[in-house]
Ligand binder design. Structure first.
Ligand code: BES
Ligand code: ZN
Ligand code: ZN
Length: 512
């Protein structure tokens, strides 16, 4: 059993009303429409204000708080049995991208809870965010994400004790329907947390074997079927492309296939993930070496798909799901692959290697070909931190999507992304770009002929050669896997981006 480092324990529950909770904090989420010129506008809030000893009206009157987006104001609670402090959290006035906004509020509440070293926080409010179960669920996911931190590798006893002391979050006065949302939220938040622990783990810890073992344990515990193929088996199977990339590393590659097969499934989907536990660039080494910093996150696609299938299974969605993760490391060594090598992939197509740093597409060629040929899913969704060009195009604000072989998949993925609170944007998949990767001595080259042009689309056009015309969407998460700057994501570290998207895609495909 491989263990993950400890993270802050957060328990989320519901209570009928805020009275007699002796919480450290009552967090009240209010938006700009709840207040007007220093006065409470919404009559439903008057009784909440009264039970908090007039804390809301006092802060409003001082104009300390006007409901502005993510603003906060703090006061002591004068009503003894309710809480020590009242923290008002602003819901703003914008109502677009509600799921991401709800998650951002959850992050804020966690931030405040940690700032005051609170053990118990009651959450309530009158704003739009409490009206719908899915937004309450996003707030809960946000609270969990906000409490997450990759722990110091040398934790003091005190810090460990702090992590092990649970943070109790109680949503007060929710409607009955929102309870179901919270249960789902905790399943999704668990998967996001494991995903992030794997993403943030240093590359000498999160080797292909470590990731495979952690996820085998998690998947088996959720009742799923798991198969892990190592170097010998992969060589026998004809994964020559993946084995070439893995050649320079002393860490054995691992190909992981997880299956969730509910009896009531009417359709099937495979989520495929790029799992480079480190990408140095290989002989086309990343220069300056500062470009290698952060390349531990190059396994994010694998972490996302493996954790998505666990969430989808626990949610019991009626869709057959495969998670396929190609885990290996791109290093330099006498056994490493070279520029100029020609590789024969799993489906027999050949690749000429013109840059060893465009390794993700090489590894994925075998993974996608295997998925299409052996697993035969109705739809393939693949996540990869594939190109730096994706960051040039969309910054750290959204993932590029590249749909193929379907008239409906772009809408399915875009709509799922809206529900997930994870931004995606469709990118070009023009035939001319595909011409760019046509090979001369092999079927395809691993970089485009027009150096640097449409870099992300070139990667996508290469990948689609390996899916046998199945409905397929490539999702380039290079900009958002870590250092995500979008609404509702923590800054700098891992984001778990893709777990919620996969869950929503599975929901959409299953008709639930
Ligand atoms: N893992 C990188 C892409 C990447 C870059 C992700 C920066 C996150 C941040 C990928 O393997 C890579 O190196 N791609 C090359 C492709 C090029 C050689 C065609 C790139 O983007 O420069
Ligand atoms: Zn690379
Ligand atoms: Zn890479």
């Amino acid at each position: 059993m491989t263990t993950l480092p400890p993270v802050k324990i957060v328990n989320i529950s519901t209570i009928p009303a805020i009275s007699n909770q002796s919480a450290d904090i009552v967090a009240v989420v209010l938006d700009e429409t709840d207040l007007e010129q220093g006065k409470i506008k919404n009559s439903g809030l008057q009784s909440l204000d009264a039970s908090l000893g007039g804390a809301i009206s006092a802060l409003a009157e001082l104009k300390d708080f006007e409901g502005k987006w993510l603003s906060t104001a703090v006061t002591l609670c004068t009503v003894n049995s309710v809480a020590k402090r009242v923290v008002l959290v602003g819901g703003g006035k914008k109502t677009d991208e509600k799921p991401a906004r709800a998650r951002a509020i959850g992050l804020k509440i966690s931030e405040e809870a940690l700032r005051f070293k609170a053990k118990k926080v009651t959450v309530c409010g009158s704003s739009t965010f409490f009206a719908a179960a899915e937004l309450v669920a996003q707030m809960a996911v946000g609270v969990r994400m906000g409490a997450y931190k990759y722990p110091n590798s040398n934790l003091t006893a005190e810090a460990r004790k702090e992590l092990e002391t649970p943070l109790e979050i109680q949503f007060a006065g929710l409607s009955a329907g929102a309870d179901a949302g919270l249960k789902d939220a905790s399943i999704v938040a668990d998967s996001i947390e494991t995903c992030r622990l794997l993403q943030d783990a240093p590359p000498n810890v999160a080797t292909p074997k470590y990731v495979a073992q952690v996820m085998t344990d998690k998947a088996r515990a959720a009742g799923l079927t798991v198969q892990v193929y190592g170097a010998e088996k992969l060589r026998q199977m004809g994964f020559n492309a993946m084995m070439a990339v893995a050649g320079g590393s002393c860490n054995e590659p691992q190909f992981v296939v997880v299956e969730y097969a509910p009896v009531n499934a009417k359709t099937s989907v495979a989520f495929v993930g790029k799992g480079l536990t480190m990408d140095t660039g290989g002989y086309s080494i990343k220069t300056p070496s500062t470009h290698q910093v952060g390349m531990k996150y190059d396994m994010s696609g694998a972490a996302v798909v493996l954790n998505s299938v666990v969430a989808i299974a626990k949610l019991q969605l009626p869709v057959r799901v495969f998670a396929v993760a190609a885990l290996c490391e791109n290093m330099i060594d006498a056994h490493a692959y070279r520029v100029g090598d020609v590789l024969t992939t799993y489906n027999g197509k050949t690749i000429e290697v013109l840059n060893t740093d465009a390794e993700g597409r090489i590894v994925l060629s075998d993974a996608l070909a295997y998925t299409a040929k052996d697993l035969k899913p109705d739809t393939i969704i693949e996540y990869s931190t594939l190109t730096g060009a994706m960051i040039t195009a969309l910054g750290h604000l959204g993932a590029g999507i590249f749909p193929f072989n379907s008239d409906t998949l772009q809408d399915t993925v875009s709509n799922a992304a809206k529900a997930a609170g994870e931004r995606v944007w469709p990118m070009p998949t023009w035939d001319e770009i595909g011409e760019d990767v046509k090979g001369t001595i092999a079927d395809v080259n691993n970089i485009g002929a027009t150096a640097g042009a449409c870099g992300s689309s070139v990667g996508a056009m290469f990948l689609k050669e390996f899916v046998e015309n199945k409905p397929y969407c490539h999702v380039d998460i290079a900009g958002v896997a870590n250092g995500n700057m979008a609404l509702g994501f923590p800054r700098k570290i891992s984001s778990g981006f893709g777990v919620q998207l996969s869950v929503q895609i599975a929901r959409a495909l299953s008709g639930k």
